[in-house]
Write a protein that binds this ligand. Structure first.
Ligand SMILES: Nc1ncnc2c1ncn2[C@@H]1O[C@H](COP(=O)(O)OP(=O)(O)OP(=O)(O)O)[C@@H](O)[C@H]1O
Length: 719
């Protein structure tokens, strides 16, 4: 398609209109956009997005959203619980498409050169159900649960990958005021047993492929009586696993729905304060904690985020593929429900035409769905960026030059320069260059939500320019049901997380010991404390921890101490600059912020992942580095470093030295202190995945697990 419009075609538009035409065209194409951009950029720069507010509780600097003086708690009157929001939205949007799933057409296996087998899937079009149909299914499921003998005073757990039935089961439980425990499908056995026993779950709802895992731990699960599984085409061949679960009633999701349809039961609806969800955190700082989320928390975040996405409504199509057990995805889907959008389900491994599990020649989820909205965690956007850059690098020549020109021109414009690409020139670059990049995600993305971890400014800009859509960066925690701060769509800055959402206030409280205070210049700094309707009820079964980090002030406002360090910009926007738990002290008393150093070192081409480690009895840090397979192999080839396989290459002194030099270079460019540059590194050949338990589902490092797994390697680095 790119070849169809050439530069000469583009400029030939002016040929037939003589010199007046040219002058006119210049005014339309350059001067007017320039003028408008000056006016708007000026306005945007001066816009007060967050405003100071007087708050009670611990002393600090409080800020509220600039658009609403009163805290928002519901999306509209009456929608005070998730159950009410669901019912009312389903009525309002009854005929609109709601949940869509692709039909599986075929499944192949390909064998790689090393003998390993990889599954390749062929999916068809999306098949949709309307809001009214989904509402009926949730009601049927709720009735089925009761008929099945689930005691509504006990909890149900969902242990499954993201899919439409996850959402239906979730809503079904609320029709009977059943608290749902959410568990990552990648969770290991011990953590799974711990969370199911701790919350005394009696009904477990899962993927059929989890049945085997459950059968193996059957005797350790003390409270489960019912297991309901989502069918897929593998279920039939899995009959073995059902046999070993004699003490449980095992039913398929469809059977429970059918049972409920035949035997409708009156709903038993929750109130605002009831606990909707016990959600286990992803565990980046140790064992996951069960956060108790009320119905009021969910609707408050949904109501607030809804106001941030411009023109959100039933024309929007949202691509859902992140784990629903993560607060960020669950919050995003609640927002979509609120606004009457269509939600099409996919998965990270089938997202694009070239995704790992997509059969060659068939289409990925995004190409078929053509979403207008999607969410991403920063690690995914980093990969998209690396992928695009790699392709452009491979292409080389004129294509690469043109891309670089287009990128620089757009970058200049976004950063506010009059001389950047505006108006028709933007259109030209879109057609010539960016359209192709955008088509990878279906070509219609108009807003991207990103959150869950810090997003690098470079990546934010890159995605912003290449996708042609603003990125709304959300900041929040499971403890605030994702809702704390959110960047506004017309804010062109990077590296910040926006003003407080309208459902909460954000207060900075001085952390003297760490050297961050609200009287710091040029910007006030301190621990980020969130207060308001999105602040959850605390940790399940852990009053001590709850009382430590959740506080209620004299006016009844509930505050949560996040452990993150932030600073307020003059326009009221928050920037997260550190994490208390990531700051460690060296032997001579200097502090190192591990997360900050890692984020800097990640910008080396050689680094796929990195964990910086500090032994407090030493005066320097060391690092474990997962090198980029491709980049390191390419270097080895050029440098003539012989090796049998990647593992051997990672052990080569030359490779270690090459990566270390690259780290030093980026560290120096970013002006890191000497003690922040790893003195020694170890290259780790295997990637860190959520399945290996070394990173969370949002791809954040699990330091404790990594330290345990690489204990010997870390010790050697300090010898
Ligand atoms: N937009 C963002 N920018 C920077 N950091 C973010 C952003 N969003 C979330 N975070 C980080 O993620 C943390 C919240 O993550 P989450 O609630 O998933 O739990 P976790 O920290 O991964 O797990 P655990 O509490 O078990 O350690 C925040 O405290 C913050 O450090």
């Amino acid at each position: 398609m790119m070849g169809k419009i050439s530069e000469s075609d583009y400029f030939s538009v002016f040929k037939d209109h003589g010199s007046y035409g040219i002058v006119g065209a210049i005014i339309v194409a350059i001067l007017i956009p320039l003028l408008l951009s000056m006016i708007f950029m000026g306005k945007k720069k001066n816009k007060q997005r967050g405003v100071p507010v007087e708050d009670t509780g611990e002393a600090g600097l409080s800020m509220r959203n600039g658009r609403s003086a009163k805290l928002v708690d519901v999306p509209w009157e009456g929608a005070t619980t998730m159950a009410a929001l669901f019912e009312q939205s389903c009525k309002k949007n009854s005929r609109d498409q709601f949940l869509g799933t692709r039909k599986l057409i075929g499944r192949d296996f390909v064998t790689a050169s090393d003998g390993r087998k990889f599954e390749k899937l062929h999916f068809g079009e999306y098949q949709w159900e309307t809001y009214a149909q989904i509402f009926d299914r949730a009601c049927d499921f709720a009735s089925g649960l009761v008929k099945l003998g689930h005691d509504v005073g006990t909890r149900a757990a969902i242990f499954s990958e993201t899919r439409a039935e996850w959402f239906i089961a979730f809503q079904g439980c609320f029709r009977q005021n059943i608290t749902v425990v959410t568990i990552y499908s990648s969770l290991g056995e011990d953590a799974l047993i711990h969370s199911l026993n701790e919350t005394q779950v009696s009904t477990l709802i899962c993927d059929s492929k989890q049945l085997k895992k459950l059968a193996a731990i059957n005797s350790s699960l003390k409270t489960i009586t019912n297991v309901i599984y989502f069918e897929d085409d593998e279920t039939a061949s899995d009959s073995n696993s059902s046999r070993s679960m004699d003490n449980w009633t095992v039913s398929s999701f469809t059977d429970v729905e059918k049972l409920g349809k035949k035997n409708p039961v009156h709903p038993r609806l929750p109130i605002k304060k009831d606990i909707a969800v016990i959600m286990y955190t992803s565990g980046s700082t140790g064992l996951p904690k069960g956060v108790m989320i009320t119905h009021g928390n969910i609707v408050a975040t949904a109501a607030a985020v809804q106001t941030v996405i411009p023109n959100l409504g039933s024309n929007d199509v949202y691509l859902a593929y992140l784990p629903l057990a993560h607060v960020f995805e669950l919050a995003a889907e609640s927002v979509m429900l609120c606004a009457g959008c269509a939600i099409g389900y996919g998965s990270a491994l089938t997202l694009t035409d070239t995704s790992n599990k997509i059969k060659k020649g068939t289409k990925g989820d995004a190409s078929v769905l053509k979403p207008t909205l999607m969410t991403a965690v920063p690690a995914i956007l980093d990969r998209v960026r690396d992928g695009v850059l790699k392709k452009i690098e491979e292409k080389g020549g004129f294509g690469k030059k043109l891309f670089n020109i287009a990128y620089k021109r757009r970058l200049a414009a976004i950063e506010g320069s009059w001389l950047g690409a505006w108006g028709l020139e933007t259109l030209l670059w879109d057609v010539l260059i960016f359209k192709k990049v955008r088509s990878v995600l279906g070509g219609k993305i108009r807003f991207m939500l990103c959150g869950g971890a810090p997003l690098s400014g470079d990546t934010q800009r890159f995605i912003n320019i290449c996708m042609g859509a603003p990125i709304g960066q959300g900041y929040g925690l499971t403890e605030t049901f994702a809702g704390a701060a959110f960047t506004e769509w017309d804010d062109p800055s990077v590296g910040r997380v926006g003003p407080p959402l309208p459902c909460c206030h954000i207060k900075l409280v001085s952390w003297e010991e760490g050297g961050y205070t609200t009287s710091d210049k040029p910007m006030p700094r301190g621990e980020v404390v969130v207060g308001g309707f999105s602040v959850t009820a605390g940790y399940f079964n852990n009053d001590a921890k709850t009382n430590e980090v959740f506080k209620v002030d004299e006016k009844g406002m509930r505050w949560f101490y996040t452990g993150d360090i932030g600073r307020f910009h003059p326009d009221g926007c928050l920037e997260i600059i550190d994490r208390k738990k990531d700051i460690v002290k060296l032997q001579h008393g200097e502090y190192i912020s591990l997360g900050k150093v890692e984020a800097t070192l990640m910008s080396s081409n050689y680094v796929d992942n990195i964990m910086v480690h500090v032994d407090p009895f030493h005066n320097n840090c060391v690092a474990l580095v997962v090198p980029s397979h491709q980049v390191l192999e390419k270097w080895a080839q050029e440098a003539g470093v012989k090796h049998k396989d990647f593992s051997e290459l990672c052990d080569k002194v030359e490779a270690v030295s090459e990566v270390q030099q690259s780290l030093s270079k980026v560290a120096k460019a970013a002006k890191l202190d000497k003690f922040e540059i790893p003195a020694k590194i170890k290259l780790i050949p295997d990637p860190w995945t959520p399945e290996s338990g070394l990173v969370t589902a949002a791809l954040k490092l699990k330091r404790e697990q990594l330290k345990a797994k690489f204990k010997d390697e870390l010790q050697k680095l300090y010898e």
